[in-house]
Design a protein around this ligand. Sequence first.
Ligand code: NAP
Length: 348
Amino acid sequence: MMQKQWRLAARPEGIPDRSHFALTDAPIPSVQPGKAVAKTLYLGVAPVMLRYMRNETEFESPLELGTLMPGRGVAQIIESNCEGLPVGAIVQARLGWQEYVLIDESDRPAPFLLPTDLPLSHGIGAVSLSGITALVGVRDIGKVARTDRILVSGAAGGVGSHVAEIAKALGAQEVVGIAGGPEKCTRLQRDMAYDHVIDYKNEDVDVALDRLFPDGIDLYFDNVGGALLDNILARLRRRARIVICGSISEYLTEKENKHRFINLQNLGRQDAKMEGFFVFDYEDVYPQCLEMLATWVREGALNPVEDISQGIETLPDALADLYLGNNIGVRMVEVGQPDLPLASLSPV
Ligand code: NAP
């Protein structure tokens, strides 16, 4: 029996397109001792994947041309020799861009079981790494407080779409989001709990920031980096926190053209902190975060926004969408449907 896989065909210089990938056929794997075979249901895309394709990350081994595209997703276990991964269970794991995968429990970050009472797609979004990233960023790095004046960039993206609801579930009162375009800004207020929005593509950001933050910003959750981050550095209140989650505005910029910061000294003047984090380093808090996120979804405090296309063929377009600004919420691809009854394990 054969399956489809996407492999890296060429290294993109700019935004990736279909010519950088090859859709190939490969045998469906057989189960092996200590491993399980899973059927892919959803695959997520993340901005960092472009950096894998360009071999720009230190934390992943080099991605050779011709190799399977890496990626995490949601899958159902269909054959198993792993005690912790029973047949029928739904897992979030490193699957790669393929329809069937051999899963190893010892992979790091480890595959984790997902609740089956929630939409399975949440297992690549809110009740998964996008949700955990937003939660760790707001709570553990940003140390959100009730009275904070909060700004989020990339607010309508996969991580950003969860930040306002999570900040409010943790006690925050008001959150401002920045995103590109009127449709995203409408959705920020209607579906993602943002109180005020700034459309950076159609309004003067300085004027909007002056109006919304006349006394400065306490907490900035940054997904885009670059010139906007520099602007915010100049607008910090005392003891402000900047959470460096990502810098998508600079991922395609050559080193010599990256933004040169002029307002960094303001961190010292304002007794403020700027701290980055990498969600894979927080594996020890995943179970507790997943439980919290799943509870918020069940209670209606967290309402995930997902942007789903159908079929494994759409994966290259899904990745390009992140850089084209086309996605609203967590961009993912539905690759298949479960064939077996869902194993009634409710881990979180
Ligand atoms: P995402 O925000 O859904 O990324 C796509 C969005 O980024 C686009 O819709 C677009 O929104 C915005 N964008 C694209 N190019 C841009 C540019 N040149 N300038 C400004 N905005 C641009 O992706 P995500 O997965 O949620 O990730 C958000 C950020 O967090 C990324 O930087 C990612 O690398 C980072 N991240 C970090 C961790 C961690 O462990 N720290 C984990 C996951 C993700 P607009 O149309 O609104 O511009």
